[in-house]
Design a protein around this ligand. Sequence first.
Ligand code: XUL
Ligand code: CO
Length: 441
Amino acid sequence: MAYFENVDKVVYEGPASENPLAFKFYNPEEKVGDKTMEEHLRFSVAYWHTFVGDGADPFGVGTAIRPWNRYSGMDLAKARVEAAFELFDKLNIPFFCFHDVDIAPEGATLKETYQNLDTIVDMIEEYMKTSKTKLLWNTANLFTHPRFVHGAATSCNADVFAYAAAKVKKGLEIAKRLGAENYVFWGGREGYETLLNTNMKLELDNLARFLHMAVDYAKEIGFDGQFLIEPKPKEPTKHQYDFDVATALAFLQTYGLKDYFKFNIEANHATLAGHTFEHELRVARIHGMLGSVDANQGDPLLGWDTDEFPTDLYSTTLAMYEILQNGGLGKGGLNFDAKVRRGSFEPEDLFYAHIAGMDSFAIGLKVAYRLIEDRVFESVVEERYKSYTEGIGRDIIDGKADFHTLEAYALNLRDISNRSGRQERLKTLLNQYLLEVCVAR
Ligand code: XUL
Ligand code: CO
């Protein structure tokens, strides 16, 4: 049966198309450089927002009209799988992501929860045999249930640590079975509310112990997907331990975990941390740690994680610039960790939202590719740092300088002349490139 009767397969019709259920810029087969758009962008649907979210907010109940709402329990879980693969097919989506609790309800016991998961994973596995859609990553939800009130691996309660370990163990087994490309650790409630009741050192040590156990278990079962940490500065806790890329990187280095992880960078988490999306991508990239992306956007007027579908073309362009400079995302992808607004409650809105996100990233890809091809910013940056290619600058880079030689050099300096950074000129160039791609029909 069809859950989205009003929607046919969404295809590329080009920028002049007036069909709202068509791609205007995302043409999966179109080559950008030596890869197709589909290969570059590796889009993924987030199961939780698209098939589970109901639009509830702190002031009102759910509004979403979903064709699977007439079911409950395991029937609902099964209907969601059917609907999911219909949407994947209609949107031609290559990947999806889920938390354990998104796909199957928790049972009265952990054993029962496992059974529910096994039933649904069997069903997903069956669908995956004939579908092109693969699992980008899965994860364990270690934050919704009241048992995780004080966190999971950083809980003050060792029973909770054990329970969380069991959930991740099962998650890794599912990842292996479904051939997940990655496995994600987002910090859930791994953080604190007040230092007055918190042993921060023990909590961080325990988080590291937990992650080492996960690494060991993945090795034991032969799961070779990439482990990803998804930083976020706050929400739900006041201070999340994986605050941003730099903080999480220091943690991974301190505890000997760096070689086993990369980062899953979410745009709205970056902005919550007071950074831009591209800042977080850049920090991860220059450390060889850029793994995957949760593609969404926040609202600059709101201070929380609004998880909107990405439509800001500056942001998608600068993100794709980092991703291309990284040589792509490898096993990662662009996962729409994004939800339709509460007022966009019809099933078709799920399609409009994904089309908006996919077209916005397709534009970003094309613009970023041209910017790099023409070396627009590279040549400026190269010129800007030219002083390090010769003379005293070269000596600094080559390790031939010390405070003595630098002092001697400085004492002989007459005038120091700096050059303009030309920000405004560069922003105009960015606009020109954006307009060229968008206006070309
Ligand atoms: C929460 C968030 C999560 C992770 C997966 O802000 O982004 O959905 O992506 O647990
Ligand atoms: Co996310």
